[in-house]
Design a protein around this ligand. Structure first.
Ligand code: PMP
Length: 406
């Protein structure tokens, strides 16, 4: 009768969304969601996705057979080029293994499961993964599920509302050799704080020196700067310096395919032969968990990645999303600093990158935003920039101003 099963608390983000939906206040704003919204606060089906869908619908040969265990080959090869570069030597040398996954979450899980089975964790370090403090909360559960203990490295400095670079480097240096470090490839969730290129280079130096393994999570390629190549810079740089690594890739945000669950795991191996061995094991693991990945999202993304015209359309759609978010950052910053003269420094709003921003509001202030202003945000002060639009930004700025003034 399951009496012994403890009741689990509801997921905090989904709880926030439910509270938002139930709220009758006309000016309510949802800054909790991790999904893109257009200026009318509506989900946005990318025009390129509509085009690709109609191509699929008109394909007389389309069937519903199983995909191969490791996914649609044209999708996985296109996805590898997207993140590693179309001229990537690692791909040309046959050292990259790519497997289709259940979006970014599935890629993280499969990557974690693979490490759990096959990574040589040092006796000194133990079965641990180093996560940024803070990180996407699901990382803790994903690694815990496969008996890898999550521990954290300093990442965010509340004093500067920026990167805690020195403590981060010190932790990299002091961690036992061959530790696994999870790195957000771009547009860090939840802080919006990314290392600069020079900082990435130093991080890479230490990782190489210590023989650490880099577990890249890339859920926002294109979303950070509006440019797919630019946002892949850190991953490509690490590959060029032969850091042992894997990359988890999601098409949820950059293609607006949240519900299609389309993603990939790429493992960059030292040799072609090692890549083949890794692939054989990933295939065994995937088989036992999902047998075969879902086809629809893979077909859509494959069309977009492999057809130059659709690929160009996609880049334009990504720019549309990224630019709207950048515009909202500028506008919020302008309202706070120029119009309202809100106390404090707000430059982090324009310096941070991607979908999310850490406002610097504390738990009490964040709670006041929800309870007094009906502006829904998480208790850590994070806001989703895509919840802002030209209709609500003034109200959000005024409410922030009030909360900060206390
Ligand atoms: N990693 C990070 C850092 C994320 O923010 C997300 C989405 N919230 C994911 C992975 C996975 O998302 P999905 O499974 O929807 O691709």
């Amino acid at each position: 009768s399951w009496n012994e099963v403890p009741l689990a608390p509801p997921d905090s983000i989904f709880k926030l969304t439910a509270a938002f939906k139930a709220d009758q206040f006309p000016q309510k704003v949802n800054l909790g969601v991790g999904a893109y919204r257009d200026n009318e606060d509506k989900p946005w089906v990318l025009p390129v996705v509509k085009k690709a869908t109609s191509v699929l619908l008109n394909d007389p040969n389309l069937d519903h057979e199983y995909l191969p265990i490791t996914g649609l080959p044209e999708f996985t090869s296109g996805a590898a080029k997207l993140i590693l570069g179309s001229d990537s030597p690692a791909i040309q040398e046959g050292r990259v293994t790519s497997v289709q996954t259940i979006s970014g979450t599935g890629a993280n899980h499969l990557g974690a499961l693979f490490l759990s089975r096959f990574y040589h964790f040092s006796p000194e370090g133990g079965r641990k993964v180093w996560l940024s403090d803070p990180t996407w909360v699901n990382h803790f559960a994903i690694f815990g599920n496969v008996q890898i203990e999550p521990v954290t490295y300093p990442y965010y400095d509340p004093q500067t509302i920026g990167l805690a670079f020195k403590p981060f480097l010190d932790t990299l240096r002091n961690a036992p050799s061959k530790s696994v470090f999870l790195l957000h490839a771009c547009a860090h969730n939840p802080t919006g704080v990314d290392p600069t290129r020079d900082q990435w280079k130093e991080i890479c130096d230490v990782i190489l020196e210590k023989g650490h393994y880099a577990f890249f999570d890339c859920a926002y390629q294109g979303f950070a700067s509006g440019d797919l190549d630019n946002d892949a810079w850190a991953v490509r740089y690490f590959v060029s310096r032969s850091v042992p690594l894997l990359v988890c890739q999601s098409f949820a945000k950059n293609a607006g395919l949240y519900g299609e669950r389309i993603g990939a795991l790429h493992v960059v191996a030292p040799t072609t032969e090692a890549a083949a061995r890794v692939k054989s094991q990933l295939s065994v693991l995937s088989r036992s968990e999902i047998s075969n990945p879902p086809a629809h999202g893979a077909r859509l993304v494959s069309l977009i990645l492999n057809n130059p015209e659709l690929f160009n359309d996609w880049k334009r759609d990504i720019e549309t999303m990224a630019n709207r978010i950048i515009e909202m950052r500028r506008e919020l910053h302008r309202s706070l600093t120029e119009e309202l003269k809100t106390p404090g420094n707000w430059d982090h709003i324009i310096n941070q990158i991607g979908m999310f921003s850490f406002t610097g509001l504390n738990a009490e202030q964040s709670k006041a935003m929800v309870e007094k202003a009906h502006i829904y945000m998480t208790g850590n002060g994070r806001i989703s920039m895509s919840g802002l639009n030209t209709h609500n930004i003034r109200y959000v700025a005024e409410s922030l101003d009030k909360v900060v003034r206390g």
